[in-house]
Design a protein around this ligand. Structure first.
Ligand code: UDP
Length: 244
């Protein structure tokens, strides 16, 4: 019998894309939007699950898009700019959480003394054990990958029980459900199905990392009120990707 007083997950990694920080269909950071996100995250702590969050930066800069638009900038430079963008989101989320009394630490993969702590796995785990929400910025610290890969990597490093990928749709579909009303929704998938059918869950490197380390992924809609709490508490809220 499961013990209702004990959380389903000891530790989760939540991936929040940059779009969750911006006003509707725009770029930049809107604190009203960030505060709503922070409210949901702060409420999750009552479940007793430790939460680390990898923040995206697509609302500020996507390295590949910036470099594709200009012959002046080197692609690696554009990716570093993208990584710095994630720290802007991380700082916004940190203040929004602290404003409502939620203890946090911002840790970055690129050293930024005076702004954030460097990401050190053991120190990150210690913060989590102390029930601090740890926000992880700068992705992996390496260019040419995305924050999805960073989320998978950090989930492996910190031994997360589940990677929660917050999106604007209810889960994984055969096609973009916004554009194609006939897109089929998947309740559950294996990593192999995601890779073979090239389904848009996370990028392939991220899926491969989760598959090799047997970390299940839940893709869910964070815009539905209470869904982040439900996902963190281990309730079924979207598509689950796992071994079988
Ligand atoms: N990025 C990178 N290395 C990383 C993570 C991110 O170079 O480990 C850069 C990359 O250019 C990416 C940008 O940061 O486009 C912003 O991250 P991402 O596109 O993953 O943000 P999201 O789509 O989640 O908002």
């Amino acid at each position: 019998m499961p013990d209702p007083t004990r959380p389903v997950y000891k530790r989760v990694l939540l991936k929040v894309s940059g779009e969750a920080f911006a006003p509707k269909s725009e770029n930049g950071v809107e604190m009203e939007v960030v505060s709503k996100l922070a409210d949901q995250i702060a409420r999750c702590r009552s479940s007793g699950t430790q939460i680390a969050i990898v923040v995206g930066g697509g609302n500020i800069i996507r390295g590949s898009q910036l470099s594709a638009r200009s012959q002046v900038i080197q692609e690696s430079t554009a990716h570093y700019m993208g990584m710095l963008g994630t720290v802007i989101n991380g700082l916004a989320l940190q203040d929004a959480l602290e404003h409502i009394g939620c203890q946090t630490r911002l840790m970055t993969a690129i050293r930024m003394d005076g702004v954030a702590e460097p990401f050190i796995r053991r120190r990150c785990s210690r913060h989590l054990e102390k029930n601090r929400v740890v926000i992880l910025g700068c992705g992996t610290g390496q260019p040419f990958v995305t924050t999805d890969t960073a989320a998978a990597l950090r989930a492996c490093e910190i031994g997360a029980d589940m990677l929660l990928k917050a999106t604007k749709v209810d889960g994984v579909y055969s096609d973009d459900p916004v554009k194609n009303p006939h897109a089929v929704y998947y309740d559950s998938l294996t990593y192999q199905q995601v890779l073979e059918q090239n389904l848009r869950v996370m990028d392939m490197t991220a899926i491969g990392l989760c598959m090799d380390n047997r970390i299940p992924i839940t893709v869910f809609n964070y815009l539905k009120e209470g869904n982040i709490e439900r996902a963190v508490a281990g309730e079924k809220v979207g598509t689950i990707v796992k071994v079988s």
